[in-house]
Design a protein. Sequence first.
Length: 114
Amino acid sequence: MFRVVEERARAIGPKRSAGATTFNIMGEFIAEATLTGVVGYGLGALITFIASASTPPGQSTLFLITPSLTILVIGFATALGAVAGVLPAWRAAHLEPVIAPGTALQSPEGRARL
């Protein structure tokens, strides 16, 4: 998530300048981190189901998939994603708004410099 904040630093400034609050920006990054955790759970569950289905009948497996375990893991993945996103979200929300894009490329006469 730190990398995502770095990559989107140029987009955060205009959002802040347009009136986005720190709460809005933090919410965006925490939601993304939570979604990443849930998608990671989904992929892990899919791999687990494929592995358990590929086990020959009558042979024991090293894992047992139950509904209660599935609910527990979904909750854990969601919580872990949200917690992992708090610090990057806080850093993103406290970035200072930047000067409007493109103004640094203009000469004092108002013409664009190349």
